[in-house]
Structure formats: structure tokens, C-alpha cells
Design a protein around this ligand. Structure first.
Ligand code: K1U
Ligand code: ZN
Length: 170
């Protein structure tokens, strides 16, 4: 399975609203398999299609701690149907902003509708890390990054830190 290139900030595709998927075809299923392979290799716990240069509403998620307990989720056209009033602060990272982390406040629990790999309509209720990851990935489909939830000052600090790390590596 080919590994895809993960786009990094400030690639313009990361700020674009992704288009809905009209039909779950073999191409979409192949994309999700390639995204999962890319996510496991990164490593990460989620990935959205725009991060690999495809501006379509597709995400994958797997919170498994090791290869033996993998439980991949493939979500096409995911949408938040309900979000809890309760909000929690958790640390987030993003494969498009490597090695940058920040505490972000979001709803503690969500209910998400989506289509699975066969095109069937499904819903998932989540809290904890799964709720966090689903919200982070759905944000990517709307061109929103976790740093967009931070103050301007903190966002600029992270972007400067990222630039500095790139300069050191170059
Ligand atoms: O969307 C992404 O860039 C993937 C991102 C998902 C995410 C992380 C944390 C909170 C919300 C969403 C990542 O996977 S960053 C890497 C990461 O968190 C991780 C990597 C290896 C093991 C465990 C976590
Ligand atoms: Zn991300």
C-alpha cells in the first residue's frame, strides 16, 4: 500500500473546505486504505484527506496502541450531529504541524453521522480521546487547524516554533 505525502502548514489545501463525496467508490476505499497506512506509519491516531492533498470529506481514525489491537474507523462525509455542553481541555498534536502540541478546549462528547466504506449511513457516539480525534479530523475538512482554536498569540508562537525547527533541520 503506497504511503502518501502529508502536507504541512502553510499548504493552502489545509485551509480549504473539502467537497462532499457523492458515492463511495473503489477509489474512495483505496484512498482510505492508503490514508490508514500513512497514518500508522507517521505515526498518528487520525488523518483527514486534505492532509494528503485530497480535498474530499473523508477521515480515518484508529486509537489502537499497538499493531495487534488495531480497530480502524473509515468515515465518509462525517458531520457532528450533537456536541455536549460540557467542554474539556486536552492536548492535541497534528501531523501537518509536526512536533507542535497545545491544549485545546472542545466539547467532551459528540455524536457524528457518516457513511462507512460500503456507503451505509451510520452514527457514532464518542467521548474521551475518540471524541477529540473525530472533532480534530472533521475540523480539517473545513480547513480548520487545532491552532485556530488558540489565541492569536499562542498560534503565532507555535508557527514561529515550527519555522525555527524547520530552519534548524535544513
Ligand atoms: O490529524 C492529524 O494531524 C493527526 C493527529 C490526530 C490528533 C492527535 C491528538 C489529538 C487530536 C487529534 C495525530 O495523530 S498527531 C500524533 C499523535 O497524537 C499520536 C501519535 C502516536 C501515538 C499517539 C498519538
Ligand atoms: Zn491534524
Amino acid at each position: 500500500m503506497p504511503l502518501l505525502q502529508i502536507l504541512q502548514v502553510p499548504h493552502p489545501l489545509l485551509k480549504r473546505v473539502a467537497a462532499p463525496v457523492e458515492r463511495v467508490t473503489d477509489d474512495i476505499r483505496r484512498l482510505m486504505d492508503d490514508m490508514l497506512a500513512t497514518m500508522y506509519a507517521a505515526p498518528g491516531i487520525g488523518l483527514a484527506a486534505p492532509q494528503v492533498g485530497v480535498s474530499r470529506r473523508v477521515i480515518v481514525v484508529d486509537l489502537a496502541k499497538d499493531e495487534t489491537s488495531r480497530a480502524p474507523l473509515r468515515l465518509v462525509n462525517p458531520a457532528v450531529l450533537w456536541a455536549s455542553e460540557e467542554q474539556v481541555i486536552m492536548e492535541e498534536g497534528c501531523l501537518s504541524l509536526p512536533d507542535q502540541f497545545a491544549e485545546v478546549r472542545r466539547p467532551a462528547a459528540v455524536k457524528v453521522s457518516y457513511q462507512d466504506e460500503s456507503g451505509a449511513a451510520r452514527e457514532i457516539e464518542a467521548d474521551g480521546m475518540l471524541a477529540r480525534c473525530l472533532q480534530h479530523e472533521i475540523d480539517h475538512l473545513d480547513g480548520v487547524l487545532f491552532i485556530d482554536h488558540l489565541s492569536l498569540l499562542r498560534r503565532q508562537m507555535i508557527l514561529r516554533r515550527l519555522e525555527k525547527a524547520r530552519r534548524v533541520r535544513a
